[in-house]
Design a protein around this ligand. Structure first.
Ligand SMILES: Cc1ncc(COP(=O)(O)O)c(C=O)c1O
Length: 486
């Protein structure tokens, strides 16, 4: 028999109290404490099928006591999650999140303010606007700038390019882009979200024109040549996309040179700073973004190098009205504008309707640590990458592939020199898979210049030089084993 409604309502009240908060809080704190020492696996040893079997059960008709549910979280969920706060977690660009931001998540959920309109989020929309203003100021934008939080860098780039499409083809919202679409020019190492946005915007992904790189950065001479060719062919360029912190190597395109070129030709510049725009917080690394103020739009993910839990991302635009123009829609039941004053309704500038106030945790982290504290953490992670680079240079079994410009580093296992070059791709792939499966650390791999390489992203302030050595020791030992087994 189902719980009576009275019982359910009483449970809701009890579970809104401090005891339940403490029970969930202890679970989180135990997880954070348990991953500090670097003991235990970084990731699961189970296969997807094995994990699926654990969760395969009929829909529970009746509820269980909270203590049972907490036990299942403790014993069935937590042990097999990727433990991003483990110091040898060095995988993708997902942070070991800042504790105050983690705790703010519960508040954000409890308040459940919907960020689309001021009337549904009277403080949330204001906090979001303020955080966006701080970020605009860091980018060197003026008073006309603005932006909105997004679900991630992919959406932020989509929104920036939508604004670019609106500027290039003001009728496109109503009539589409027609048979002669504009093109988007981006670097060889641009995130796939750029080509995806071009497809989503109805331009056709084959109208994304790729510019080759030099030293993993967009080759500006090649960009100039590409723009000349497009102009001679009568093609309209909707946007140039530069990347500040590329996904494979964390490299920064020369925004000053690209920005000047775009200014001179009247082209929209979008900077995908999802990964690297947080360098604006660091006096030591800020210069890598010189020229970013020239961009018409910027994608910036606090859930990467500002160490926010997922999700927290923004799109910034030099002129807020251009983002509003991008989403040229009326919704009288929601947006009550028309007063002539700037609206606080972020939904006018945003892809989404209902959404959380992700800005709150960013605001809390800025209040707690200040811009300088967040900048110091950025520096710390980059300096950890430099330490790793130096360690790799000292070990002949590895080949360093680039100087780290941020916290991302690619390198290759080459072993004792006896492995034929055409076997190294498969060896590096197998090495990564085996190393991760054994559990002591967790890294990624990618293809760079046609070669399979190992890749790490240092997103965890807990990672020490000792952890770096231990990862290299582990890779070296397994790599040697794989060579001997061939
Ligand atoms: C340069 C760059 N842009 C965009 C993205 C996508 O960001 P998100 O996963 O937040 O959508 C990434 C993430 O890996 C990235 O490295």
């Amino acid at each position: 028999m189902a719980d009576s409604l009275q019982q359910l309502l009483a449970d809701l009240e009890r579970e809104a109290g401090a005891d339940t908060a403490a029970a969930f809080g202890e679970l989180v704190a135990a997880y954070l404490a348990g991953t500090r020492t670097g003991d235990g696996r970084v990731s699961t040893a189970f296969t997807p099928a094995e994990l699926a079997a654990r969760f395969a059960e009929p829909l529970p008709e009746l509820g269980r006591p909270l203590s049972d549910v907490l036990d299942r979280l403790r014993n069935g969920v937590l042990p097999d999650c990727n433990r991003l706060t483990h110091p040898r977690s060095m995988g993708h660009q997902v942070s070991a999140p800042l504790p105050v931001a983690v705790w703010t998540e519960a508040l954000t959920a409890a308040l459940n303010q919907s960020g689309a309109v001021w009337e549904m989020s009277p403080v949330g929309t204001i906090v979001e606007t303020q955080v966006v203003r701080w970020m605009c100021a860091l980018a060197g934008y003026g008073a006309e700038a603005g932006g909105t939080f997004t679900s991630g860098g992919t959406e932020a780039t989509f929104a920036g390019l939508l604004a670019a499409r609106q500027a290039a083809r003001p009728d496109a919202w109503r009539t589409g882009v027609g048979a002669d679409p504009p093109v988007v020019v981006c670097g060889e190492h641009a995130h796939y979200g750029v080509a995806r946005a071009v497809g989503e915007l109805g331009i056709g992904s084959e109208h994304a024109v790729i510019v080759p790189s030099r030293d993993y950065r967009m080759n500006v001479e090649a960009l100039t040549g590409t723009l000349d060719v497009l102009r001679a062919a009568g093609r309209q360029v909707m946007a140039v996309v530069a990347t500040a912190g590329t996904t494979p190597t964390g490299s920064f395109d020369d925004l000053e040179a690209i920005g000047r070129l775009c200014d001179a030709r009247g082209l929209w510049l979008h900077v995908d700073g999802a990964h690297g725009a947080s360098a604006l917080l660091s006096p030591r690394h800020r210069d890598r973004l010189r020229g970013i103020h020239r961009a018409n739009s910027i994608a910036w993910d606090p859930h990467k190098m500002m160490l926010m839990p997922l999700t927290a991302s923004v799109v910034l635009v030099k002129h807020e009205r251009e983002l509003e123009a991008a989403f040229s829609q009326q919704a009288p039941y929601l947006f009550h504008g028309g007063t002539g004053e700037r609206s606080w309704d972020q939904g006018l500038r945003s892809f989404t309707c209902s959404r959380r106030i992700d800005a709150l945790k960013v605001w809390v982290a800025i209040q707690r640590y200040g811009a300088s504290g967040l900048g110091a953490l950025y520096d710390h992670l980059c300096s950890t990458a430099r330490t790793l680079h130096a360690a790799i240079l000292n070990r002949p079994v590895f080949q360093a592939l680039h100087e780290p410009e941020s916290n991302i580093l690619c390198f290759r296992f080459v072993g004792d020199g006896t492995v034929p070059g055409d076997r190294l791709d498969a060896l590096n792939l197998e090495l990564r898979t085996t190393y991760n499966r054994e559990g002591d650390g967790w890294i990624t791999s990618t293809v760079l210049g046609g070669r399979r390489v190992l890749r790490v992203t240092l997103m965890n302030p807990r990672t020490t030089p000792g952890d770096l050595d231990r990862v290299l020791d582990g890779l070296e030992a397994i790599g040697g084993r794989l060579i001997r087994a061939r």
